[in-house]
Write a protein of this length. Structure first.
Length: 500
């Protein structure tokens, strides 16, 4: 499959500029670039989401123009999005055959045949789960296997995977990689988008670098190293920011004592169990744990999202908080940047200015009416200070790259002038340069005296910016380390549940 001189514009802004690349069968073709480089736009053109563009797609040695995603699928091109497109309360079989159900001569569903075919696909993908299982009962990694099963039902020749490992465990990553290797043996062309460069060197055969909407370079992964790849992505060398060793005494800002959270489905069981720690002014406290350890639930409980099912004592500046809602946490000086920015951090259909001002509407009032001039000034302040790349403050949030979307979420909360910032996976799904910009901002905020509690599943990230590191396993705090002379092995060993 080839694309030749593909150009795509949105509202006069060129997103892809004469891109020509080749995707080879039987190989993993890694599409690499910063957020905003044009990767997602190119994939949406290949999969039939965008039909209005200049240039052409050559598929099976012929020019093609897909009229829709269904058209692209019927011709053998499938895309597995970062945000999985499954219906949770339908079964695996119903999801796999959705929109292409098998029927008999009277229009009735051939349920048995569909289940049998789904079972064949699950066996091929080594997913040992009954085909009538409802999707919401599956782990994220298992749901991704269901998405791959949907692609295989079409006998797809080109399978596009967009950040497939962003929300799954290391064990699930290995399962996914085994599936990808089997697909390669079947001569499928795998198009793989990821910001995790280490995994690209493990699974990818070829790299294709996009920068500012242009094709910069292509080649074999074995012929390039990590630093060279980053240089091609950003056009310059990047020195990853690291936290300097803290000096002097600090003042306690947040104290959490015996925090517990009831399990949402298992009666008389606790999801979080007697967690106690403190956070000081100007400190970055990292939180690490494997999936299901309770990291997100810890931040949400501190922020008042589970006030009816949580217990324990939370103090801010030595004052006990009575959290009845997140509003109480905000008034106490807390802010929470959630793990899923698209679902919980932004209103994608609103513009940059509106998203930034959402937490500060009372401050922006004038005689009971929202002051557009104040709102514009607030948005302009953070667009400049956080270097948000947008054509204007009226651009819709959904049209920005992941890194810039994350900066909008941060801006929204920084506008409340918090003293405590809770960060849940603040760099998930963004490129190495945007990550570095987020790291710099986090360090600047800590230097100004803000206390930062940061959850991350990336150990190098946790170790680069944290003063101390808390390790969680199965809802409990199982270790605490000063980040001096610490190794990744020590943290991982502490994070593995003792029952394994």
């Amino acid at each position: 499959m080839k694309v030749e001189n593909i150009t795509k514009q949105f509202s006069g802004v060129t997103v892809l500029d004469g891109v020509s690349v080749e995707l080879q069968s039987g190989q993993v073709n890694a599409i690499i670039g910063e957020n905003g480089a044009g990767k997602s736009t190119l994939m949406k053109i290949l999969s039939g989401v965008y039909t209005d563009y200049d240039g052409q797609i050559i598929y099976r040695d012929e020019p093609v123009q897909f009229a829709s995603t269904k058209d692209a699928q019927s011709r053998g091109i499938s895309i597995i999005h970062q945000e999985l497109n499954l219906i949770p309360y339908l079964s695996i079989t119903e999801n796999v055959f959705l929109g292409r159900e098998l029927t008999n001569a009277w229009g009735g569903l051939r349920t048995g045949k569909m289940q049998a075919r789904t079972q064949e696909l699950l066996n091929r993908l080594k997913l040992n789960v009954p085909p009538d299982t409802q999707v919401y009962k599956l782990k994220v990694g298992q749901q991704q296997v269901v998405e791959i099963a949907k692609a295989l039902l079409f006998e797809s020749e080109v399978i596009i995977m967009d950040e497939p490992t962003s929300a799954i465990s290391d064990q699930e990553v290995e399962v996914l990689f085994d599936i990808i290797r089997d697909l390669k043996k079947a001569s499928k062309a795998i198009v793989y988008i990821s910001h995790k460069l280490d995994e690209l060197f493990e699974i990818a055969d070829r790299y294709i670098v996009l920068r500012d909407g242009k094709h910069i370079a292509s080649g074999h992964m074995r012929e390039i190293d990590h630093d060279q790849l980053i240089h091609k992505m950003v056009g310059r060398n990047i020195e990853v920011v690291k936290k300097k060793e803290a000096t002097g005494q600090r003042e306690e800002l947040l104290q959490v004592k015996n925090l517990c959270l009831k399990h949402p489905t298992r009666k008389n069981e606790l999801f979080l169990k007697n967690i106690s720690f403190n956070l000081e002014k100007g400190e970055i406290l990292g939180v690490f744990g494997l999936m299901g350890a309770g990291r997100t639930e810890l931040l949400e409980s501190i922020f008042g999202l589970h006030h009816t099912t949580s217990s324990g004592e939370i103090k801010v500046n030595q004052r006990i908080l009575r959290l009845q809602s997140p509003d109480d946490a905000i008034k106490a000086g807390m802010a929470l940047v959630p793990e899923d920015r698209k679902q919980n951090g932004l209103i994608l259909g609103l513009d940059v200015r509106t998203n930034i001002s959402l937490t500060s509407l009372k401050k922006l009032e004038r005689l009971g009416w929202l002051s557009k001039s104040r709102e514009t000034a607030l948005a302009g302040k953070y667009i400049q200070e956080l270097s948000i790349k947008t054509s204007s403050d009226r651009q819709l949030a959904e049209n920005l790259s992941g890194g810039n979307q994350q900066k909008i979420v941060l801006s929204k909360w920084l506008a409340t002038n918090p003293s405590i910032l809770l960060l849940d996976e603040p760099t998930r799904g963004i490129d190495v340069n945007a990550k570095n910009e987020i790291y710099k901002l986090i360090l600047q905020l800590a230097a100004s005296g803000m206390g930062i509690l940061m959850v991350s599943s990336e150990l190098p990230e946790i170790m680069a910016v944290s003063d101390r590191i808390l390790v969680m396993a199965e809802g409990s705090l199982c270790a605490e380390f000063d980040n001096q002379g610490l190794s990744e092995d020590q943290i991982l060993k502490a994070a593995i549940p003792k029952t394994i």
